[in-house]
Design a protein around this ligand. Sequence first.
Ligand code: DGL
Length: 268
Amino acid sequence: MSQTTPDPAAPILMFDSGVGGLSVLDALRGVLPQAPVIYAADNAGLPYGEKTEAQIAARVSGLLGRMTERLRPRLVCIACNTASTIALASVREVLEVPIVGTVPAIKPAAAMTRSGVIGLLGTQATIRQAYVDRLEHEFARDHRLIRYGAPELVGAAEAKLRGEPVDPAAIASAINGLRAQPDGDRIDTVVLACTHFPLLTAELGAAFGPDVRFIDGAQGIARRIAFLTQGQTFARTRSDQALFTGAQGIDALTPALRLRGLEQIEVF
Ligand code: DGL
């Protein structure tokens, strides 16, 4: 890890397969509003949740290697649970820049639950990871953790940010996927273990009802980035940028990106 003071204009690179990482960017803006940001979405590879571990690891390491070389960020945030739970360790081995990953918020959920039954919504790839088994064993072994892979929510979040209506069937299917499992009716806390899902908190909240609370990792990640960049100077010399690995569909995302200060939208 480099100990030199970064150039004040050096950005924080925030990476996801799609628009999910914008939920982390929203939290980061709250703690570091002055930080220059490049938001990078591997939309040509979306959805990661349906890929194999080998495909995800190769894609994420390759892309972050090229992006880091070209964009010279002061810090990389992998704002994607799927990529982090699979590739964080290997990416850290090859890149010299500090890297912050995204970890399913099982620890705070275990502290929040009263019924002792926690739901976890993630991608298919995330919910099968040993990383999640370890978090469950460490923080929730006295509770019941019910997992459900909900790829339909990834598409719903992408559609919402393109300004399209959210398919109620996608929300219902995620809820049924948790509720239909043994003890599912006792869930009072749901971990949103995919960065796309907090973009649907309003729809999920309305469908789950007032007795279920949601928790995700965004605030914790933002605080971690603020801690790792403590004492550094930030200066924006140009407007913030959003990069996509594929051109398809990005025009429709422009309003959601501009709303978050991402004014320059380009294909990487
Ligand atoms: N946003 C990603 C996550 O946090 C995954 C979405 C996908 O590409 O399947 O896991």
